[in-house]
Design a protein around this ligand. Sequence first.
Ligand code: GAR
Length: 202
Amino acid sequence: MRARLVVLGSGEGTNLQALIDACRDPGYGARVVAVGADRPAAGTLARAGQAGIPAFTVRLADYPSREDWDVALTRACTAYAPDLVVLAGFMKLVGKPFLDRFGGRCLNTHPALLPSFPGAHGVRDALAHGVKVTGCTVFLIDESVDAGPIVAQACVPVADDDDEAVLHERIKVTERALLRDTVGRMVREGWSVHGRKVRIGP
Ligand code: GAR
């Protein structure tokens, strides 16, 4: 049976698209059962629509508190009984209700080599620091910001003339392949977490 993925994203949705495309192969081992966003204009929602995948929006502004929003987001995801939740460019921090439900089976992807350059501006911060190599990180979320156990990383060179947009696009080419391959391996082979170390496979 194929694993059920719920993918959350706020942005353009190219990482989501990489997962949707991979799931067309039954041998990939997963299918995207729902897509969620925190804003109605997210590209992820349009991509879900094009692929015929159910989608939902849970806007922070529609709830009296952050915790109420988090509970609503958790409920919306739970309705699709995911085996794995993937945050693919989801630009909101999730809280305790979400972690209580999906901790240990919620992946996030970040456009830098964590633990360097966490936060909302990983590409900009890496560029400002003058690093010559950066990359992307797929990790399991926990209560920290971008500091959960790392599942996979890949390197991307920084060119002298890069600006944030050019570098981010180069990172995203590598990131899409890393996310696709990592999710596929996890759903097909399983995974375990020992302290900070994540191992895919038996
Ligand atoms: C990706 O590069 C992802 O790592 C980043 O947003 C982009 C989403 O692209 N996420 C963060 O910066 C989270 N801190 P996409 O919408 O085209 O998939």
